[in-house]
Design a protein around this ligand. Sequence first.
Ligand code: EPU
Length: 418
Amino acid sequence: MDALRIEGGYPLRGTAHVSPAKNAVLPLMAAALLAPGESRLSRVPNLADVRTLSKLLGHLGARIAREGSSLRIDAADPAGREAPYDLVKTMRASVLVLGPLVARFGQARVSLPGGCAIGARPINLHLKGLEAMGAEVRLEHGYVDVRADRLQGARLVLDLVTVTGTENLVMAAALAKGTTVIENAAREPEVVDLIECLNSMGARIQGAGTAFLEIQGVDALRPYDYEPIPDRIEAGTLLVAAALCGGELKVEGARINHLDALVQKLREAGAEVEDDGGRGAWARGRPPARSVDARTSPYPGFPTDMQAQFMALMALGRGLSVVTETIFENRFMHVSELNRMGADIQAEGARAVVRGVRRLSGARVMATDLRASAALVLAGLAAEGTTVVSRVYHLDRGYESLETKLNGVGAKIERIKE
Ligand code: EPU
């Protein structure tokens, strides 16, 4: 298994380029199933999650070809309807094929994802929405079997904000008969990106970026030729790295307007963060950071996907910070690993109290999920001595060569085999 060996203590200087967003690419890949013919997605990052979804689309009968950094997905006539347990277990975002399959072919059988490292994460709202659109949902042998002759437009009020739930329902409604309204829809930039792509395919969706979506169903969609938005979480991770390590970093390609809540917190913590003349974001860190509180919430609030990395910054803060996680019930797995490096963090329920310490010391730590791994890498960059982060396959699911990017701006990270 791969691990990362990190020599801490170097400031970061230079330019890092942000990759396209994993969480935009995955729903866009699933959306290719909505149209007969070949869709083309450009600048697709080389990530484990992209490979897993490619495998699933291939299993369903789509033809996938990589051409340089583009992905061609030919969904002319995919005969498969089932997302098997092995693939859904590896990656929950596999459930994104549900909406497109039911909408275009009237049937899908998808393994229930079950819990994961960060929480229970059910898909009841995806299913409730499809049922309201006339689908019959049956649960058997760990699978949901969803059938509908043709989905019917409906008025959906989501009990809570769900990103992939909104994406699944928007994709389903795009081909439904009549108008669907989704209230309390997710406003994440990745949802907006999907809607823009669907509209380019001939869908009629209004309200992207607001909590109220109106979708007039159409009879058929065309394949797309599309480029996903840059990854705001990767960009945010790099900005936090600059705040933590000091130095001056340009994150080229980042859209700072997707990062408002984080940028505000970083500024409160004493880092300078600015728009780099429309080309990206620019950060100058002056550690130690001031301790500030953070509370996760759906976009445009502070992203849960930045909570672990921000906690690494607060671990070395000057004072006391309270970090509250409101989206997932078990997303503090990094706390005990950060404490092994000398942090002073007490987590109870949805809250973590972070007492800033003067120094972290390098240690062997274990990655438990994607964003927790990123937090450990950041802590390793700021720690004294050597940190070894094991199980970096979690990191590779969602960051495209993070260590290469960080080494390019002065970090000392080596990938080793264990
Ligand atoms: N929820 C339900 N029922 C549902 C759906 C969601 O109770 O039917 C709950 C979840 O259990 C959770 C909350 O609603 O407590 C929000 O979950 P959401 O559905 O928004 O999460 P998701 O769509 O499964 C996406 C991202 C996650 C990101 C969350 C929150 C993708 C592929 N994944 O997950 O990304 O943390 O939204 O922003 O877009 C990551 O990249 O590391 C990651 C975990």
